[in-house]
Design a protein around this ligand. Sequence first.
Ligand SMILES: Cc1cc2nc3c(=O)[nH]c(=O)nc-3n(C[C@H](O)[C@H](O)[C@H](O)COP(=O)(O)O)c2cc1C
Length: 221
Amino acid sequence: MTVKEAVRSRHSVRQYQNKPISAEHAEKLQKLIEEYNAEGNLHFQLIQNEPRAFDSLLAHYGKFTNVKNYIALIGRKSPDLEELCGYFGEKLVIEAQQMGLHTCWVGGTFSRVPEAFHLQADEKLVCIIAVGYGENQGVPHKSKPPETVVKTEGSLPEWVIRGVKCAMLAPTALNQQKFSFAVDGNKVTAKAGLGFFTKIDLGIVKYHFEVGAGKENFEWK
Ligand SMILES: Cc1cc2nc3c(=O)[nH]c(=O)nc-3n(C[C@H](O)[C@H](O)[C@H](O)COP(=O)(O)O)c2cc1C
């Protein structure tokens, strides 16, 4: 499965099969986590066979079943931590999808199990990503019309249209899609709107835009 195919077929999955992540897939995820931790100066951790985070009323309210594995998105507190977690977290989500795993970003409907992960004094757990083999594939979300999230002078080049289309497929908290792009030549600005988790959403959406537009076609401003 290509990255673009994974972006198109990914949906949040909240019901999982009662089976552990295979050693091969766990090792692949672990390697990617180490790579992104080094690149983004982050402290993401893969947590396996830990059912307690999704054992509360809150998790049942969120309709989660059999979540026993998740990636804890942790990093040193800083103004851009949320966006970095969104960007590198979504790279992991798409790579998991390519392996045949399923995922769901979770910012609210889980319980923190402090003994399950390592948190230094200056670090923060931003949110988690549930991961495992889904009971289903999830369903496509509703989207805003793409033209409502992009500002430009004149007509839009093909690569911007591709980037925005890919951004509309991105997961956002409560499917809020509170982001916007402004294009000026080959410079693109992405902005987060107001609301819960919109800075995480921004990092996620920027990764999707890069996949659709092609990094070689533009620069972030
Ligand atoms: C930052 C973030 C936090 C989220 N938190 C939750 C959550 O607490 N509970 C939940 O059930 N889904 C959560 N989601 C999943 C969204 O509801 C889901 O991505 C959105 O409805 C779009 O659907 P899709 O992922 O299937 O495309 C979260 C998504 C993001 C990006």
